[in-house]
Design a protein around this ligand. Structure first.
Ligand code: ATP
Ligand code: MG
Length: 598
């Protein structure tokens, strides 16, 4: 299929953004997609890492920290912490190695055994990174929790994972954990970071326990299949699941950091994801460190101006963020970006939600380079499909599979098997052939749910997509969100993207609402950019705009204006909640709801 035909069939597609390889800043290993895919094997990828001395296996913390800690590299900043009060502190690879060893020793002194679960719940403080990596060194399973969770979601997740240790702050403990201790009897130790007096059983102050421990620790032999991380999904579609990941996942973290984020040793990398979410671990902690870069840890929550300050002042060269943040930055305008010195920035990527073509192109306008969308899930542990530094971008597409990853569009058969759809631009479920190192090894205590995610060799993602004839994948919507209207299957993303192309629209969420004649009717919830008023005229204008772009059958029939859209803590629009409210149904699990509509 030619590009022209492609853009005809997709109403909101912008022309491809061509990459001029010569013009790209000379990078020693700017990778060539086709040849790298052809030459790739996971065994070769494994060989890029060191392994524990004497062939004692792969340990995430060793690959991320200890192997860089000796020699000159040891003095390099691994983490650059930017505190809320303006603090700026570098932690070198050597220091991080010592601190994580202290933490591992502290666990040992407390009698915590390998395999036991260590939960970490706090904002972006250096201790969070030390605890996560230190727990991995000790052979424990590290599990991050959003610090904004209330007591109930914390209790549920700690029960599910049989938490033995929790690392948090006195303030969070007092407000959220003290009252649920009786619901989590297995929680033996709580390590408290920072100032504040609290009382209770098994409480230990970080400064007395960890800082007092020895900075020498020998990591015990680690089996590549040893459980390492427990991550809860975002809960966008329902009750969150606890996905189990193993130590050899680090191979995927490492290579995806190179391929999809184009990490090079001299980079200053900033992943803005909350550490309570899988992106905050795979790319907020592990991948940048295994690749030996300096990683920015900014404590501040999102604020467009502050973020521009960080990009400029810290000379960030690679930036990994999410569509919500990009759309909020678009809201304050292109001029703000253009007024900054962002000359160090050379690569920008996005994950978590579909990135509207409008936002990809805005990157080009405001930053002089497009945003590179990539796709993955808690379950996949690492990036699976991406737009790459040296490959042309088709705005609105998630890109192409990583080397080593086989992705397909499949159709479910009555027999329970699946059939691969080879024909381009046909909608079906996105599936991945099993066998990469960072694939989840199970949903904790939910064997049946885990089993149902597979058909033969294929892992079924629950997302609907299309593949074009050149191998680019296009997100259609989550299988649960797809709208069936008058015989058409409508992906919410396409409708949302068309709405966002209108200059008045900041964000849009689209649901299917039961309708006696159509089956389902397309309904949109829209937030407006500053300077635009919600009115009947605006509603008519937006419906007219969408009809022109999408045709009457696909355009929304109803539009409601909102100040905000309900989002998960990882920044995903909760369409199911908008739908439940619209239909007067129970709201379901909203433990991960962060910002609500107004
Ligand atoms: P739950 O599984 O609990 O409902 P969730 O699926 O939102 O929550 P995550 O694992 O954090 O939990 O998110 C992965 C999902 O996010 C993907 O399955 C997909 O629906 C969406 N997603 C992530 N990146 C992209 C992207 N680049 N384009 C489109 N969708 C994306
Ligand atoms: Mg999911």
């Amino acid at each position: 299929m030619s590009e022209e035909a492609l853009s005809d069939s997709r109403p909101s597609v912008y022309p491809p953004i061509r990459k001029d390889r010569e013009a790209l800043r000379p990078r020693p290993n700017l990778f060539d997609y086709e040849s790298e895919c052809a030459a790739f094997s996971w065994d070769k990828a494994r060989a890029l890492l060191d392994g524990l001395p004497d062939g004692q296996g792969l340990n995430i913390a060793y690959e991320a920290v200890d192997r860089h800690a000796s020699g000159a590299k040891g003095d390099k900043a691994a983490l650059r912490w930017l505190g809320k009060a303006g603090e700026r502190r570098d932690i070198t690879y050597r220091e991080l190695s010592e601190e994580t060893s202290r933490f591992a020793n502290a666990l040992k002194c407390l009698g915590v055994e390998p395999g036991e679960r260590v939960y970490v719940m706090m904002g972006r403080l250096p201790e969070l990174y030390i605890a996560m990596l230190g727990a991995l060194k000790a052979g424990c399973v590290a599990s991050p929790l959003f610090s904004a969770f209330g007591p109930e979601p914390i209790a549920v997740r700690m029960q599910l994972g049989d938490g033995r240790v929790l690392v948090t702050t006195p303030r969070l403990y007092k407000r959220k954990v003290a009252g649920i201790r009786d619901q989590v009897p297995g929680l033996a130790h709580v390590l408290l970071v920072g100032e504040g007096e609290v009382e209770g059983d098994g409480l230990h102050r970080w400064d007395r326990t960890v800082e007092a421990a020895s900075p020498q620790f020998t990591i015990r032999p680690t089996d590549p299949e040893d459980m390492a991380l427990l991550h809860f999904t975002s809960g966008t579609t329902g009750r969150p699941k606890g996905a189990i990941h193993v130590h050899q996942a680090v191979v995927a973290h490492h290579v995806t950091g190179r391929y999809a984020l184009d990490l090079h040793e001299d980079d200053v990398f900033w992943c803005t994801a909350d550490p309570g979410w899988v992106t905050g671990t795979s790319y907020g902690i592990i991948a940048p460190l295994t690749n030996g870069v300096t990683s920015i840890v900014a404590e501040a929550e999102f604020d467009a101006e502050t973020w521009f300050d960080i990009l400029e002042q810290e000379k960030v060269s690679v930036w990994y963020t999410a569509p919500t943040a990009i759309r909020m930055m678009m809201r304050i305008g292109t001029d703000v970006a253009k007024g900054r010195d962002l000359s160090a920035l050379r690569f920008m990527a996005s994950v978590g939600e579909p990135l509207n073509p409008e936002a990809v192109v805005w990157g080009q306008e405001a930053f002089g380079m497009p945003f590179h969308d990539n796709w993955w899930q808690t379950e996949t542990g690492g990036i699976m499909i991406a737009n790459y530094a040296a490959l042309d971008i088709r705005p609105g597409s998630m890109g192409r599979p990583m080397p080593g990853i086989e992705a397909a569009i499949v159709r479910k058969l009555d027999s329970g098997d699946v059939e691969v759809i080879d024909e381009p631009m046909v909608e079906g479920e996105l599936a991945l052939r099993r066998g990469w190192p960072s694939m989840m090894r199970g949903y904790l205590h939910e064997e049946e749910r885990y089993r149902k995610s597979f058909a033969g060799d294929w892992y079924l993602t629950g997302d609907l997509a299309q593949r074009d004839s050149d191998g680019y994948f296009w997100f259609v919507g989550r299988a649960d969100d797809v709208i069936k209207s008058a015989g058409h299957l409508i992906g919410p993303f396409e409708v949302e993207s068309a709405l966002i192309e209108h200059p008045a629209v900041a964000e849009a969420a689209v649901i299917g609402k039961p309708d006696p004649t159509l089956g389902e009717m397309v309904k949109a919830f829209v937030t407006l950019r500053p300077g635009h008023e919600a009115s009947e005229a605006m509603r008519r204008e937006l419906i007219g705009h969408a009809r022109k772009k999408l045709g009457a059958a696909v355009a929304p029939k109803e539009i409601d204006f909102r100040e905000n859209l309900p989002k998960t803590r990882s920044g995903k629009i909760m369409r199911r909640l908008l739908k439940a409210r619209e239909l007067g149904l129970p709201e379901g699990d909203i433990s991960t709801l962060e910002s609500d509509e107004k």
